[in-house]
Design a protein. Sequence first.
Length: 565
Amino acid sequence: MNFKLKNAPKRPGVYIFKNKKEEILYIGKAKNLYKRANSYFQKEHADLKTSQLVPRIATVEFVVTGNEVEALILELNLIKKHRPAFNIDFKDDKSYPYIAITLDDEFPRIAITREAHKKGVKYYGPYVSAGALRQTLDTLRSVFLLRTCRDSAPGRKSHRQLKGGKITYSPCLNYHIDKCLAPCSQQVSPEEYRAVVKNVIDFLEGRGAGTLKLLKAQMKAASDENNFEKAARLRDRILAAQAILDKQNVAGDDGGDLDVFGTAFKGGYAAVALFMVRGGKLIGSESFCFQKKAEMQPLLSFIKHYYHATSFIPKEVLVSQELSDTQTLELWLKQLRKTNVYIKKPLRGRKKRLVELASKNAGHNLDFHLKKLQVESEKLLKALKEIKENLSLTAMPYRIECFDISNIAGTSAVGSMVVFENGKSNKAHYRKFKVRFDEGINDYQMLAEVVARRLKSLTKSDDISFKTKPDLILVDGGKGQLSAAKAVLDQFFGYSPHPIGQGTVPAVASLAKREEELFIPSRPEAIRLSKDSPALNLVQQIRDEAHRFAIQYHRLLRSKKMLQS
């Protein structure tokens, strides 16, 4: 492919590649849209994903912006909205946990959340390990005694009281065991409470020495007043705070804030390790692994998405490789931080060693991630081989489609189709059906209708998910459901006594819930697999997913019907 997009504007903006069905394949930004977009069609690409992308491009759309920073912001928002197939598939922001402090509340609370977009909330993260994060949060609450009640106003409904026409709250158990300041019962003023919240923020941003000093002063004062019980509680809080601070390894004596990004690449995958240095101390590290896809600079793409979601931006960002868009990135981060931000690849000294250490961590995590993928792949392959052997199939069931019916007394009946390819769910190929059969309760007829509508689409639909023939059709139920599905297959492909024909007819089987027995047309007796069988675990997972998907759609239709009535 060697041609030019002559109408492409020579200005900053965003380019959008689409296929023949107008589906978005890839979204990128450029300082000069004409040069960047045409570069895809003027040379052979060594990168596999890019070479797969270019032949699929049918149309290109351009959105011109005022400058590169506007283009960068638009690119991020469009990628987040459309999630194109050839852009790096970072986990959705909601999938990573954050620490959130609700600053807009009169009495702010601290909590773990997977949403990092609400105004008036300060976020810290994202973090990979939710378990370690919960442990840290529990420690912070024990040190700073912030409230744990979930509403924007403090107080629990079960502790609500009405006195003189005014609602008040009695303190919960946390107050009595010195785990909360009890703002619900006016035990502390908003100003005093906010001073504690500021200490929490300082602590999370690596400035915990002042908090520790204050707690030690309070402990000494309590001891001098012979209030040894209070002094003991303060001692426990000091030890908890010190435990967190001890994990913050010293990264330098300059007292600066910086983020360090190290990278590793292997087998079409990339890993980024992030070291967070606050006040000269390494307060945390996170690692992220993902497929490179068609991105030429995965680190640049990762940094853009990371700072688009997080709240704290340090003055200095260290990277392991030169970035092509450093100036635009610095301008954008400057807008977010309100002061200058510098992105550097250090060439010598302590900072270079930090980047090398981060890259080394990224390499270890990538090796672990690839090993994990390999183990999972081998486990799934073993399960598929077991399914093939136990169901007497002549081909491996690489694509399994499972069907289920959900209804109440025959009303609002729906069907679900879930798809597993190579043992993993392919949610883009899931489909749901409104059942047209309305002659009472007849699960067999409903199931037959849904399977028939799916099989009709093998030749009539342009949808790639429907044009792909399944290797195995699995239905939820026993012999009755199996017979209904088999009759539909006979109608479409001709009668065959075997579960699969000469590689052209999908196999069919059913899984009955009570005894978890499998049935196939060629055997009258049930097939019972051991409870620890990988094959049984996989078909159970597929069946349960079809059931969940059907129930979800049924509830949606039922709630709409109730609102209409």
